[in-house]
Design a protein around this ligand. Structure first.
Ligand code: NAD
Length: 316
């Protein structure tokens, strides 16, 4: 029996108990009952749930598509209600705010639920984070807005940035769970929605530099330059970014195009950013151009890896 988690919360490796799973503490330092729940086992969630198992947590998972991507050592259950019945803290990694809201309703309707905190790592935007937080607060469940940046590779390496925001009590109660997700964490605000605002600002920059680098590289290739040489020089010059330093060398130059982030999700993120900017009457001249490029790409090749923006831009 390799790396399995018993209901009792003792981690069993190689057939013997080697460590107690980490306790999560809530109000007044009381331990939260049960395991850590995880809902949404896609490209990002499957790795983050595995990180929690690796950190010694007893993890109970659920995904609408079934147990296929549940990490070894976690217990997969058939519904959100069952996760909510077993877990004191429930982590979400879902496509958008509508999915987070749906799962929040399922948590609230779960008979015998013991969930006291929800940690939402999905990119949902500030308005959805505030709305889900309000919904859960009505039933005494704390919500920590905790989007992530650094991609699937960063999640595997535990270098993913977890930026989070929420009330003091909820943030301190879920500290152990956040530490299980990644080694890089930063509290950026005291209200749900603030971390989402920072995440959207980050993804607007990431979307813009990836699209702009695609145009710049297409221009250089047409001028007779070689892509590897261009990237080497750009990375020693002022045009460097995560696009020139990571996404292009790892996925475009190699032709792998497998960063594990769908163009539809980046399109959603830029749309969320533009919506949030409009709500604040902020400037969006560059955002609108970036948004139009990603919208065209997501429509033309739905679900493609986001690094395929390079051939899309080059061929446009
Ligand atoms: P994904 O589409 O690969 O996975 C989403 C998972 O959620 C799927 O397995 C789906 O079956 C499940 N799901 C959807 N609705 C559900 C429901 N109601 N109940 C249970 N399961 C449900 O997406 P991903 O790439 O893993 O991203 C997840 C979130 O993380 C998104 O909000 C995304 O923007 C964000 N994010 C992703 C990355 C990345 O590199 N992939 C990086 C940073 C942030």
């Amino acid at each position: 029996m390799l790396n399995q988690v018993q209901e009792s919360g003792i981690l069993i490796r190689y057939g013997r108990a080697v460590e107690e799973t980490r306790e999560v503490r809530g109000r007044d330092g009381e331990p939260c009952a049960g395991s850590v729940g995880f809902v949404g086992l896609g490209n990002m969630g499957s790795v983050l749930a595995g990180n929690l198992v690796g950190a010694g947590h007893a993890v109970v998972t659920h995904d609408a598509l079934g147990a296929g991507r549940s990490p070894e050592g976690a217990v997969h259950v058939p519904g959100v209600a069952e996760v909510a019945r077993r877990a004191g803290v429930l982590v979400l990694s879902l496509p958008d705010g509508a999915a987070s809201e749906q799962v929040a309703h399922e948590i609230l309707a779960a008979p015998g639920r013991r969930v006291r905190y929800v940690v939402d790592t999905s990119t949902v935007g500030p308005a959805a984070a505030r709305s889900v937080a309000g919904l859960l607060a009505g039933s005494g469940i704390g919500y920590v807005d905790a989007p992530v940046s650094g991609g699937v590779a960063g999640a595997r390496a535990r270098t993913l940035t977890v930026m989070y925001a929420g009330g003091d009590e909820a943030c301190s109660a879920v500290e152990g769970v956040l530490a299980g997700l990644s080694d890089r964490r930063r509290r950026v605000g005291d209200r749900p929605g603030m971390a989402q605002a920072l995440k959207l600002a980050n993804n607007f920059l990431s979307a813009t530099t990836l699209a702009a680098t695609s145009e710049a590289v297409a221009f250089g290739l047409a001028a007779g330059l070689d892509m590897a040489t261009m990237l080497d020089v750009l990375n020693e010059s002022s045009g460097r970014s995560a696009a020139t330093g990571d996404k292009f060398p790892a996925h475009v130059l190699t032709g792998r195009y497998a960063a594990g982030f769908a163009n539809s999700l980046m399109d959603k993120d830029v749309r969320l950013y533009l919506r949030a900017v409009a709500e604040q009457d902020g400037p969006a001249a560059i955002g609108e151009v970036t948004g139009a490029v990603w919208e065209r790409f997501a429509r033309a090749e739905p679900g493609a890896d986001f690094t395929r923006i390079f051939p899309f831009v080059e061929g446009s």
